[in-house]
Design a protein around this ligand. Sequence first.
Ligand SMILES: *[C@@H]1O[C@H](CO)[C@@H](O)[C@H](O)[C@H]1NC(C)=O
Ligand SMILES: *[C@@H]1O[C@H](CO)[C@@H](O)[C@H](O)[C@H]1NC(C)=O
Ligand SMILES: *[C@@H]1O[C@H](CO)[C@@H](O)[C@H](O)[C@H]1NC(C)=O
Ligand SMILES: *[C@@H]1O[C@H](CO)[C@@H](O)[C@H](O)[C@H]1NC(C)=O
Ligand SMILES: *[C@@H]1O[C@H](CO)[C@@H](O)[C@H](O)[C@H]1NC(C)=O
Ligand SMILES: *[C@@H]1O[C@H](CO)[C@@H](O)[C@H](O)[C@H]1NC(C)=O
Length: 652
Amino acid sequence: MDPRALGPLLLLAGLLLLSGLCGGAPSLYTIDAVGLSVLPGPTVPTGTPVTLTCSVSVSHDSARRLMHVFRFTRFDALVHAVNSTAGEARLRLLPARAADSGDYECQVEVMEKVRHSGGQRLTVTGLQTPVLSLSAGVVYEGGQLVASCSAPQEKGALVFQFFQRPAGAAAASLLKHAISTGTRSEARLVLPEVGDRDLFCNYSIPMAPEAGGSNSSNTLHVLVKALFISPVMVVLPASSVFEGDVVEVVCRVVEPPGSVDVYLTKGRKVLKQSAKVLHYRFTAGEGDGGEYVCKAEYGAAQKETYQTIRVKELFSRPVLSLDPLEVFEEETMRLSCVIDSYSPERLVIEDVRFSVYKNQQLLVQGASYEAFALPSQNGNYTCRAEADGQEHPLAKDSAALVVQAKVPVSVPVLSVVGGRLVVGRPFALRCHSDSGSLPITYTLHGPRRPAQTREVRWAGDEAVFNTSGVPRGADLLLFLCHAQNNELSAPLPSAGHELLHATEVIEPVSRPVLTLVPNGASVSEGQDLTLNCSVQRGTLPVTFTWFSSGRTDPLAFQTLQGNAGTYTIAAVARGHSGGYYCEGSNPALEVKRSFTVVVGIQMAGWKKGLMAVGCVLLLLGRRPRRPPQERPAEEAGQGALREAGQHPERAP
Ligand SMILES: *[C@@H]1O[C@H](CO)[C@@H](O)[C@H](O)[C@H]1NC(C)=O
Ligand SMILES: *[C@@H]1O[C@H](CO)[C@@H](O)[C@H](O)[C@H]1NC(C)=O
Ligand SMILES: *[C@@H]1O[C@H](CO)[C@@H](O)[C@H](O)[C@H]1NC(C)=O
Ligand SMILES: *[C@@H]1O[C@H](CO)[C@@H](O)[C@H](O)[C@H]1NC(C)=O
Ligand SMILES: *[C@@H]1O[C@H](CO)[C@@H](O)[C@H](O)[C@H]1NC(C)=O
Ligand SMILES: *[C@@H]1O[C@H](CO)[C@@H](O)[C@H](O)[C@H]1NC(C)=O
């Protein structure tokens, strides 16, 4: 061996030795087995000491003893842990109780390794019999009792039940369920019935259902004493009385066991409260009938007595009425106060006193009031009927009656809407009365048309009638309207001539006629031509407008206070030939157009002479051809005035 190789070998050996000496963790170990044993056995009666032993065996390469962590679990929840170098650990249940029953397991951890034992079931049979104790042996019905049930030897959370049964009976009924975190429970119990009762309790442990329920506890005897606190209720003079009668209600608890409170209530309202005896006095009114309840309270106990009091009407509420139902100003109105029914066994109707009030002020003693309807009489009227009651007079007021005298309708005025009537066109007429209470009915009568009716129900509405056109303005005189707001009086007609006077009547222009001056037969070049446009009918002023055919913009227009207008073309030239027409219009804004008139212009006389000479010369020269521009010359004498569309005949 190379001596140089010895150095590293020695170093390695030294390191190994060092690590062994320092007692370090073994590099090699394994947990061979983990076991769990239960002694004395898996099923034991309650109270038995039980030992659970967990053992482990580990193989390793170290001389040192290894640390083991033992963990005991029950239903997978940790119940006990031990760190030990020993090969086993113990869990002692001294003694075991039902709550200790369950599936146990042991788990051992050695350094990084963990191993589990198998599961072991422990069943602890039997539960401790609970002990019941009570705060009292005698209670009043409805009173409270404190009961305590305990099983001090048990462990865990217990669910207690408290039972009662009539003494000697077999069947028990559950009084209360109580969940306790400890081994004892206190419960406040109220026993339902009077008599001798047996009470007991039992319990169970939800965490140990196999253990079942406990045996029943000792039975304790309780006497539940009846509580004689039912109040006696007396209504004086009787439970059926008349309005105005004084009624007294007495509620009394006879021989109460202690301090009893008595209440008188009606419809959830407490009328009075007192100790032992209660007196309640009142004068019966309309709303006092109904069921009265007397209630006695003693601790938590209550007793009630009921009685119905009937209050008969002495007389009914008076009713104030107005005659006529609709009063117009200046009419006579009568207010009457009546009562529909009364109790003849208690009341003589003549003893009822009436009075009429206006706006809460006494107006008159008596059942009726008569007046002339005027605005000053408007107001709220009520009446009062009064009769003597037992202690106080009994008075009843009627509902308020609002009297508002109606205003008769005034003479209606008929007018044309817009103030302007165009003859022949449909128009609207308004009929209106300046005063009069609504609703007002307006009726329009006109020539050769059915009457029309409008009802005006609210301020701001008006009666407007659409009507077809009339041929003449004077026909407005034939229209008439009636206004009515009182069925008992005749409708009021409108005044006659006002309508025509207040209306601007416009007659549209008739179709204009266009005439020529001079008459078209003899218009020659150089003469003045006047176009006379005239209308036969139409409201002035009339606007006349002249046009030449084929041009949209007018030649001229004129607005005149007359029925004819003229437009003159000075010194006509041949270029002025053609069609002409005119239009007429007026404030009716309806434009009417004349027929078109055709104007032909004759050649001037001297030109004719010149032409004749020229023609002769041409004929002499060669066979002539008529120049087209001279054609009108040959038409001379054919008449310059033609209707549009007609062609003048050619001269031979
Ligand atoms: C047991 O050992 C574990 C880890 O090794 C440690 O967390 C625990 O505190 C120890 N318990 C006791 C009771 O010494
Ligand atoms: C408790 O007693 C009642 C009445 O005897 C019985 O019906 C019930 O099963 C018992 N319950 C338990 C949990 O023991
Ligand atoms: C429960 O009652 C039964 C029957 O009465 C009895 O045999 C048993 O010993 C009682 N258990 C306990 C724990 O007292
Ligand atoms: C009349 O009664 C009505 C309502 O009932 C009220 O609005 C009005 O102000 C009363 N008029 C007078 C004059 O009391
Ligand atoms: C009257 O005519 C006007 C305008 O033509 C129209 O708006 C209105 O509804 C008509 N009224 C009636 C009652 O026919
Ligand atoms: C225009 O014609 C009307 C109606 O034919 C006639 O009354 C009037 O005198 C004529 N005016 C002129 C200037 O010729």
